[in-house]
Design a protein around this ligand. Structure first.
Ligand SMILES: *Cc1c(COP(=O)(O)O)cnc(C)c1O
Length: 230
């Protein structure tokens, strides 16, 4: 079942790339394994998956420790400053940097541990009250400020688009974030690499790929529905 799911998602990404005139190798599929057991991750690895996303620090650390196969991990959920010390030296890509304060804490802990950390800035493109992230117009100044942090390296931008019935409704959100990425890239700021555009989930990853996503975060589409009551 999982094998078929993964093949289906990969096929859909390839087709979305074709429609957009893109090369599928530009798009990284992240398997979002939150709430799922280690055995599911192992099964996904056996199907060729190498990138995994988790939204909670504790769960991520447990899975990292228990899993003996090396994979690339992504932290995609809100990160509290008091948890930074546990993850800053773990080689993660942190997709969810949503404040200067959090970036400053990452810098402080990275320096202390003589390590470096790669981040994306989370952008609340649709300005939803329920979501974390910088507002669109705050991003250029935030990028400039964080670019001065020696041990924190911005790799790009991330957004969690609104929950919609019709994924086409999120297309303008994705297009807007892509434009922001290109605008910032064109300024060429030292210590800023605008190469990653993390957007698109099970419901809307095809539209996201058509609009320029380089990372899509797919949970349900690979592992099936989540049960939060276990
Ligand atoms: C849970 C989650 C996903 C995956 O959601 P699905 O709809 O199951 O694909 C992607 N991104 C973030 C930030 C998430 O928290």
């Amino acid at each position: 079942m999982m094998k078929e799911n993964i093949l289906e998602v990969q096929k859909n990404i390839a087709e979305a790339c074709k429609r957009a005139g893109r090369d599928p190798s530009e798009v990284t599929l992240i398997a979002v394994s939150k709430t799922k057991p280690l055995s599911d991750i192992e099964e996904a690895i056996a199907c060729g998956m190498t990138e995994f996303g988790e939204n909670k620090v504790q769960e991520l650390l447990e899975k990292m420790e228990q899993l003996h196969t090396p994979v690339q991990w992504h932290l995609i959920g809100h990160l509290q400053t008091n948890k930074v010390k546990y993850i800053v030296d773990k080689g993660l890509l942190i997709h969810s940097v949503d404040s200067i304060r959090l970036a400053r804490e990452l810098q402080k802990e990275a320096v202390k541990r003589q390590t470096h950390c790669n981040i994306l800035l989370e952008v609340n493109v649709a300005r939803e009250d329920s979501k974390f992230g910088f507002f669109y117009e705050e991003v250029p100044d935030a990028v400039r400020e964080i670019s001065a942090f020696s041990n924190v390296h911005i790799q790009g931008l991330m957004t969690i688009a609104p929950f919609v019935e019709n994924p086409e409704d999120n297309r303008p959100v994705f297009a807007k974030l892509h434009k922001l990425l290109l605008d910032i890239k064109s300024i060429n700021i030292d210590n800023v690499n605008m190469s990653v555009l993390s957007m698109g989930m099970t419901n809307d990853y095809m539209a996201a790929v058509e609009e320029g996503a380089t990372m899509v975060r797919v949970g349900t589409g690979i592992f099936g529905m989540r049960d939060y009551n276990i």
